[in-house]
Design a protein around this ligand. Sequence first.
Ligand code: GLN
Length: 484
Amino acid sequence: MHDMSIASQILGLKKREFSSLELTRHYLGRIERLNPILNALITVTEEQALESAKRADEMLSGNIDNELCGIPLVHKDIFCTRGVKTSCGSKMLHNFVPPYDATVVENLAQAGTVMLGKANMDEFAMGSSNETSFYGPVKNPWDITRVPGGSSGGSAAAVAARMTPAATATDTGGSIRQPAALCGVTGLKPTYGLVSRWGMIAFASSLDQGGPIARTAEDCAILLNTMASYDHRDSTSLKFQEKDYRDEINRSISGCRIGIPREYFSNSLSPSVEATVFKALRVLTDLGAILVDISLPNTKLSVPAYYVIAPAEASANLARFDGIRFGHRCENPQSLEDLYCRTRAEGFGEEVQRRILIGTYCLSAGYHDAYYKKAQQVRHLIKQDFTEAFSKVDVVASPTCPAPAFKFGEKSDDPVKMYLEDIYTIATNLAGLPGMSIPCGFVDRNPIGLQLIGNYLQEARILNIAHCIQKETDWHNSAPKEPS
Ligand code: GLN
């Protein structure tokens, strides 16, 4: 059952080939066996899952209105779940049990999905390797000596290891696409505002966006149908025309113009990754798509701009963790200042503290114009690059990451090296555009991702292209050998 896509599990449930309870028990068994090795989940909600599966089976015997009814999944531990610990990968929230569900969780629960547990992640979603998690790093199921990517490493690893058919995730600068690439699964970051941020613990509010990680583009489309919703509780939520993201998935891509940004195929890209990506692009040209050379001239400014804007927003968002209202509190505070200082020094890890310091510095009087304002101007230029590109092409294609998964410890001592991991994904967030990563082959048995970037609200278009590749190839069906 665990080798089936969600689309086929939906059919299996409908035809009564198995029940949701059987499906859920099957995945719980795999979690029990594999989680001690991979550390992909922080919390397993076994009892709750069995209860929800029974309820889903009852719903399935009547007339259900959502096809996801009975499908198990995992939520990234950044999404608030009522009555279930939501740690955001941090010691700061090790004891936080939210009294409410995030909108994404609520939408998926109402559809009848079954939550298996909460996925491990980099602390407060800051990182590209899962090494900043308070709960220890997630291992990449393809090679447990390598990182799964981050920050949604737990979500991607759990899907790759078939511990769940799908997982929710979030992407502020690449955190859905980069781990999806390194774990050989499919991940979609929607247009900013399409998926509600309500109840999703804030990192950098103008960049954060939730989305699905699954095995196939079709499964991502099915999940997006339920995850996307206008939400009055999120002031940046988009009022969009609802649609079925699966409708256009089989559309012909003949004549489709695919932009190849020359800046994304530069010296920093490993030649074997480049060759692998071009092999996947050949599948598209064989189907009649046309590759067009384009330029995104401000690409090199995206990482520096992001590392001013994201920490600036993070420093403001994380101010709420003060030992009074949420989570961790230090022992025996001597004064209010002592309470703040020790709580935050104990509760936050090194990377989070680094970002708070950078962000506070960039926003301080005297430096605001030099750093924050400048970064916002650069952000505008990056947006313009894409506007210009989309006047010539339908989608943009590139590698998701410059190289395959790296070894633990390889980049953790050098923040700048780690930050450059997102060199191809960050511009998409700065512009607010939808992007996805799909498996496109292997280098030395490590998965490689192809990134597809669409124009605003063109999720259906990139899903369509991804699906066309997946109909012709088998990369997305390869599974890692079971780690032991
Ligand atoms: N790796 C990037 C960072 O550390 C992006 C993280 C994310 O998308 N949440 O900020």
